[in-house]
Design a protein around this ligand. Structure first.
Ligand code: CTP
Length: 403
């Protein structure tokens, strides 16, 4: 994927610098070459010697290293790269980049270039959430810097939250997606994707219903990420707080049976992502008028019948009618791996993203989750990450599948 691509990797000082060393290997395995620059504080975490050995080129550290300056020059250094990747990107280096400061080799290269820049932030959760960092990230995104991560999880400093550098594999996927996008057509251009999202609602009477706490945040993020990769997205959503993904056709439904019909009507598709929290049952005898609390003295008796399992039905379609990639989610409350494995086998989908939605994890309605990803070759943990990062990673995986 990265044959002939030269990456300038700028490592700034943070414990994640050790993880960034793996990125060098991953880029090389994908066919690319890497020139590394270490900020002074990065050298406190990783040794320039190790980075030089890994990259096969002397890792550069000093702006005023006269030999290097005369041989290469920082301007040439940054211009000869196809992409500059800052990983880890500390709050300090991001602040310098946002404000145009250039007081060492890393920041000078970043300022002296028109090469696209990708940054993988890594910092303590409070630094990430600080008003100054948030302002700087807005400026950087507006300037066109591609931001990957950060993930959420336990931090080296003992705290928990967003701020952990994205995994090297995820950064590699973002690099590949960048070049794919830059190479003309977006990777999913011409592909049709159906995404289901949000809860469904099953009426009991004209004003009451059975539903669940799904906010639609994850489905919306996935639909937007796929649209950004060029896909035509049919977004089939139940009544959710988040139901307006940019660049997608939105199809609103209420019940599971309506969602099933809407998915069927949206076929054919290349990919179907089932992110909705579908009610498994509907009330067979909903009242036509509001049930009165004193009608007969007893609580109403509700009869239930199973709803169609939309994911299972679509996964079982014959080749030709079945989307090439059928992707499900599993919402579990405990014993995640074992239950998700059973669900993966039972549903007949190609990929399954499992997450624990126990109340104390705050996944329903929250910004973050922790995914275990299943495919035919086994399962991998993606770790805790923002739902937007899950969406990016999934979209990049789908794009990679169709390459
Ligand atoms: N799903 C679906 N139609 C249903 C139920 C679920 O399409 N009637 C899809 C969901 O969108 C998700 C996957 O199936 O992709 C798993 O949903 P989940 O709620 O985790 O599991 P269920 O199949 O409902 O099983 P259980 O409630 O027993 O865990």
């Amino acid at each position: 994927m990265l044959h002939g691509r030269h990456i300038l990797l700028i490592m700034s000082g943070g414990i994640a610098a050790y993880k960034a060393q793996l990125l060098i290997r991953l880029i090389q395995r994908a066919g690319g070459t890497v020139q590394a620059i270490l900020t002074e504080s990065a050298t406190e975490f990783v040794s320039p010697l190790t980075v030089s050995a890994l990259s096969g080129r002397p890792a550069l550290t000093e702006l005023f290293d006269l030999t290097q300056e005369s041989e290469i020059g920082h301007i040439e250094l940054s211009r000869s790269a196809d992409l500059i990747v800052v990983a880890p990107a500390t709050a300090n280096l991001l602040a310098k980049l946002a404000h145009g400061l250039a007081d060492d080799l890393a920041s000078t290269c970043l300022l002296a270039t028109d090469t696209p820049i990708m940054a993988a932030p890594a910092m303590n959760v409070r630094m990430w959430e600080a008003a100054a960092t948030r302002r700087n990230m807005t400026v950087l995104r507006d300037d066109g810097v591609i931001v990957v991560g950060p993930d959420e999880g336990d931090m080296a400093c003992g705290e928990y939250g967003p701020g952990r550098m994205a995994e090297p594999e995820a950064i590699l996927e973002a690099i590949e997606a960048h070049f794919q996008g830059a190479d003309g057509a977006k990777p999913l251009a011409g592909r049709h994707v159906i995404v289901t999202s949000g809860p469904t609602r099953e009426p009991i009477d004209p004003v009451r219903y059975i539903s669940n706490a799904s906010s639609g945040k994850q489905g919306t993020a996935i639909a937007e990420a796929l649209a950004a990769q060029g896909a035509r997205v049919s977004f089939v959503t139940g009544p959710a707080e988040y139901a307006n993904p940019r660049g997608c056709e939105v199809i609103r439904v209420t019940t599971a049976r309506e969602m099933d019909a809407a998915v069927g009507a949206a076929l054919p598709a290349d990919v179907a992502v089932f992110c909705a929290a579908v009610a498994d049952w509907h009330v067979t005898n909903p009242a036509q008028i509001k049930i009165k609390k004193d009608s007969g003295g007893n609580p109403p008796l509700l009869d239930f019948a199973p709803n169609p399992d939309i994911l299972k039905r679509i996964a079982a379609l014959e080749p030709g009618g079945r989307p090439e990639l059928v992707i499900g989610f599993a919402a579990e409350t405990g014993d995640l791996e074992a239950r998700a494995r059973e669900k993966f086998a039972a549903k007949g989908c190609d990929w399954l993203l499992a997450n624990d939605v126990s109340a104390e994890r705050g996944v329903f309605g929250g910004d973050a989750t922790e995914i275990v990803f299943f495919d035919a070759s086994g399962h991998t943990s993606w770790g805790a990450m923002a739902k937007t990062a899950v969406a990016q990673r999934l979209a990049q995986k789908i794009a990679a599948h169709f390459r």
